[in-house]
Design a binder for this molecule. Structure first.
Ligand SMILES: Cc1cc2nc3c(=O)[nH]c(=O)nc-3n(C[C@H](O)[C@H](O)[C@H](O)COP(=O)(O)OP(=O)(O)OC[C@H]3O[C@@H](n4cnc5c(N)ncnc54)[C@H](O)[C@@H]3O)c2cc1C
Length: 522
């Protein structure tokens, strides 16, 4: 017999789960269908190097999630079901070829000492930037948790216009449209201070010269410095598992290893899904895709059911550069040449400088393997002693930015080929770069597991071409334009068919916003 639900959610990413939990709380009969063997999408963990070493396979920094409306509402329950955030007061740092570094500290005195070592003027600049953050973020940060466009958002903008007056508004607009390089050049004089802030742009697809790319480095550098860096104790899977328990206790169901092949549509209205094995399931009120627009139109819908304008826009949805992740089990923590204290930071960025980030971004966009990519080196064991056996350690290296399809190697050493054939050779380049900044990395490595851009997409179809945030965040495809102009409110041209997730506003990261906002309005 065909099974009937009120809502079927395609994909158990954190946004899909949030929608499912909130709808189940309203009394809806909800089913989540997940292709993978584990829920979580780009927030999963596992012992991928060797037993006893827990690695966050993809996302690790849960700062955005802790600030989400969902978590604010359900903090106590999530913790009861096993989720425990752990915070490091030394959130991020950058290291340099002359064996120096600069770190951001939650403690204000330490922070100013760290800046003053490189530039007294930049100590004042950081104070000014922090002050500017307090003055301006109330005007635009709340919009990141609102549907765009919406009456609520317009009301907020109008209120800000009144408070800021025309000049203030123009100044804020101009600052937010800066590129990361324009932003750091505007505020700081020291190249090392600039190199501590600008890499945050490349956590999304904001190379140093991309307009509007200043927003993310501005927010992340100040937020992480003030709040510290938060990870999930025992691995990010604990966060997801606790959400699954919240769903089940509300009588929602989840099926893993179940791939959805098609959305059933009749008379312009979605009414269910077909699984890969041909099984049909009915949804009376909503089908919610935690998917990308390209999967929606190229796989899940019949093109004849999709209006031309939507089809064209969705098909030309643009993905950003790729990411590779290298997981290491270590015999001992890293010893940084810049000093012992750098092994205490949650993230260490190795660009090293803004110019290097610019070259890397251009090479990746041109289809070249960068000669010296940005390394985001995550050291979770600093704040979580459950990740590895006593005295040992794990390492999470996110390599940004890479081409999805390799045309050539900027160094001319690796033959262009499929990622499956070149990922280990490229990982060797990454380890060489890391070892130039550390005393012991080669000696300390026990096992390594390399996840190439192709591996990322193989595990999660939302990570198209290895794009870690499911689509470019450049201004033409962000805000009211995400994922498709005219459809930024989680709707599609098909009645009762909705979209949530990183490909929808407010984009990538563990913000949980789209899942929350959609469930709220259904
Ligand atoms: C390497 C990496 C590092 C990152 N680091 C961070 C970080 O530190 N902090 C941060 O905030 N963000 C980080 N991100 C980004 C963040 O993880 C993602 O933006 C976020 O997880 C997206 O969530 P989502 O709800 O859109 O769903 P996703 O996580 O994309 O999950 C979607 C799920 O839907 C399933 N699915 C898709 N199609 C189907 C189908 N047809 N049938 C059944 N199931 C389907 C997929 O298998 C997947 O499980 C990182 C991402 C990556 C890849």
């Amino acid at each position: 017999m065909t099974k009937k639900y009120d809502a079927i959610v395609i994909g158990a990413g954190h946004n899909g789960l949030i929608s499912a939990i909130q709808l189940a709380e309203k009394g809806w009969k909800v089913l989540v269908l997940e292709k993978s063997s584990k829920p979580g999408g780009a927030s999963k963990s596992g012992e991928v190097t060797e037993p006893g070493y827990v690695h966050d396979l993809y996302a690790m920094n849960i700062g955005l999630f802790l600030g989400s409306q969902f978590y604010q509402e359900h903090e106590e329950e999530m913790q009861r079901f096993g989720f425990e955030p752990v915070v490091n007061d030394k959130p991020y740092a950058s290291v340099f070829p002359d064996d120096t570094g600069i770190g951001a500290y939650q403690n204000r005195k330490e922070m100013f000492k760290s800046l003053a070592y490189h530039s007294t003027d930049d100590t004042y600049a950081w104070k000014d930037l922090s002050h500017y953050y307090d003055q301006t973020t109330p005007h635009f940060m709340p919009l990141m948790q609102m549907e765009l466009p919406s009456y609520k958002a317009w009301k907020h903008v109008l209120k800000s216009m009144k408070q800021l007056k025309l000049n203030g508004l123009m100044e804020l607009g101009s600052h937010l449209l800066q590129s990361p390089r324009e932003f750091v050049d505007h505020w700081f004089e020291s190249d090392k201070v600039k190199a501590m802030v600008a890499p945050w742009g490349l956590h999304l697809d904001f190379g140093p010269d991309v307009s509007n790319g200043a927003v993310f480095p501005f927010l992340e550098s100040i937020l992480n410095q003030r709040n510290g860096m938060a990870f999930s104790k025992g691995g990010i899977q604990k966060m997801i598992d606790s959400m699954v328990k919240m769903l089940e206790i509300r009588l929602g169901e989840i099926r893993t290893e179940t791939s959805v092949e098609r959305v059933l549509v009749e008379g312009g209205q979605a009414y269910g899904v077909v699984l890969e094995n041909g099984e049909e399931m009915i949804a009376d009120k909503a089908v919610i895709g935690n998917v990308t627009p390209t999967q929606m139109v190229n796989r899940l819908l019949d093109v004849n059911e999709v209006p031309d304008h939507y089809l064209q826009e969705a098909e030309s949805y643009r993905y950003g550069p790729a990411t590779m992740i290298i997981h290491l089990s270590l015999d001992e923590p890293l010893q940084w040449k810049a000093g012992e204290k750098y092994s205490e930071f949650a993230y260490v960025h190795i660009g090293p400088y803004v110019e290097d980030l610019a070259r890397t971004y251009t090479q990746a966009m041109n289809g070249e393997l960068p000669d010296s990519p940005l390394l985001i080196v995550g050291q979770p064991d600093v704040m979580d002693d459950t990740r590895s056996p006593k005295g040992k350690s794990t390492l999470w290296i996110q390599v940004r930015a890479l081409p999805s399809n390799v045309k050539k190697d900027a160094l001319g050493e690796i033959e262009a080929d499929d990622w499956s054939n070149i990922k280990e050779a490229y990982a060797d380049r990454v380890i060489e770069k890391l070892s130039a900044y550390t005393h012991n990395s080669k000696r300390a490595i026990r096992k390594r597991t390399v996840l190439s851009p192709a591996d990322l997409e193989g595990d999660n179809p939302n990570l198209v071409g290895g794009d870690s945030v499911s689509g470019s965040h450049h201004i033409f495809q962000n805000y009211v334009f995400r994922p498709v102009p005219g459809y930024s409110r989680y709707n599609t041209p098909i009645d009762r068919l909705y979209m949530v997730g990183a490909a929808t506003w407010p984009g990538g990261g563990l913000n949980g916003t789209s899942g929350w906002l959609l469930a709220d309005k259904l």
